[in-house]
Design a protein around this ligand. Structure first.
Ligand SMILES: [Cu+2]
Length: 407
């Protein structure tokens, strides 16, 4: 039975102790960074009252949720909530998966300071695991004085903002525990402004079971996975042997700004064995293709032009029920994670190759000098929507466009 989940989220300043004895002035929901993880079941109604105790205006975007346009949390659909003000978000969560919520106002500062949290929606037929955790990845850029580095630096506008301090659930290099012999479901979100994370679990094999819009059609064996800002991935991790100590790592990746160094995100300590009841079926889910991978594009989006055209761009409207096949063309020298609000798409091709597995996405990395073809169907939720690069500094600079879904 679908229910209603009521929650108050108070955005306010918080002393953020991201490492023992190291504090900065953060922005949190209910005093926490990340904010409280919201857990719901498919069909539930969320009634969330945002109250703003910050010294600046804010809004909340419900990243990945197929909600009505007026609840999307952008300033295209609501006025920003001024300090002392409130706003009531009310929407149904129609799809199982790993989502997240975050500020959509002065994002470059508000997300860097911690205004984000997880949103988990469970379906009736979830695979069985021995444990589950949500890991929200982030980084933090500090100045020489140990405080958050100033915002709006010219270099950041082009290259994005990356910090040396890597965070998992708001903490630098936390220790995680897992019982030996067990398999856990890890729901991972990249909440960083810019940082790409090529994630590995000590070089051990794991299984990718989900992406932005819930489960894949079938599990995929892997030893690493790239997660770009805004994206989610779900992994089945384990089993490990007693007393093992495993580094959860970010492997080097070059997004067009030079290769990053390998870094430790967290340490996983394996404790005494526990019985396992985990079962990952060979078929996780049915996803019907929207269209064949050879479909001709109905629209081309030139990311280079989008990046340089400045703010307040407007793209052509799309009509409810008319299939969209978009070619995302990236002729710039860096990768860009393309995010569309309110709708899922399927990846048809990446640089000419058909996508290996059907999956619902709302954010996809378009590597530099390449193109990605996506298909999506505007269902009956007309209104004002947008797409943008999820490197927040690019978004702020204007690498975005508003568009209407019209009846
Ligand atoms: Cu970008």
């Amino acid at each position: 039975m679908a229910g209603t989940i009521g929650l108050e989220l108070e955005a306010r300043e918080v002393d953020w102790e991201f490492a023992p004895g190291r504090k900065i002035r953060g922005f949190g929901y209910n005093g926490e960074i990340p904010g409280p993880t919201i857990e719901a079941e498919v069909g539930d109604t969320l009634e969330i009252r945002l109250s703003n105790r910050l010294p600046q205006a804010t809004t909340i975007h419900w990243h990945g949720i197929r909600l009505q346009a007026d609840m999307d949390g952008t300033q295209a659909v609501q006025p920003a909530v001024e300090p002392g003000g409130t706003f009531e978000y009310r929407f149904v969560v129609p799809d199982a998966g790993t989502y997240w919520y975050h500020s959509h106002t002065n994002e470059t500062e508000q997300l860097e300071r911690g205004l984000y949290g997880g949103l988990i929606v469970r379906g009736p037929d979830e695979p069985t695991f021995d444990g589950e955790r949500t890991l929200i990845l982030d980084d933090l850029k500090l100045g020489p004085d140990g405080d958050v580095a100033p915002f709006g630096d010219e270099h950041e506008h082009h290259a994005g903002r990356e910090g040396d301090i890597l965070l998992v659930n708001g903490e630098q290099q936390p220790e995680l525990q897992i019982p030996a012999g067990t398999i856990e479901r890890w729901r991972i979100v990249d909440a960083a402004n810019t940082r790409y994370v090529r994630l590995a679990v000590g070089g051990r094999p794991f299984t990718i079971i989900g992406s932005d819009g819930g489960l894949l059609t079938r599990p995929l064996a892997a030893e690493e996975v790239l997660i770009t800002p805004g994206e989610r991935v779900e992994l089945a991790v384990g089993p490990f042997d007693e007393n093992e100590e495993i580094e959860i790592e970010a492997l080097p990746y070059d997004r067009g700004k030079g290769e990053t160094e390998r870094a430790t995100l967290a340490t996983l300590r394996v404790g005494p064995a526990a019985p396992s009841h985990a079962h990952i079926p060979d078929a996780l889910r049915q996803i019907d293709p929207l269209v064949s991978a050879d479909a001709e594009p109905t629209r081309m989006i030139d990311l280079k032009a989008l990046m340089h055209a400045g703010k307040h761009q407007r793209a052509d409207p799309v009509r409810v029920g008319e299939l969209q096949v978009w070619d995302l063309v990236n002729e710039t020298g860096q990768d860009h994670p393309f995010h569309i609000h309110g709708f899922f798409f399927q990846i048809l091709r990446q640089d000419g190759d058909a996508a290996p597995v059907a999956v619902w996405k709302d954010t996809v990395n378009v590597p530099r000098k390449s193109r990605t073809r996506i298909a999506w169907l505007p269902d009956d939720r007309p209104g004002e929507w947008m797409y943008h690069c999820h490197i927040l500094e690019h978004h702020e600079m204007g690498m975005m466009a508003h568009f209407a879904v019209v009846p």
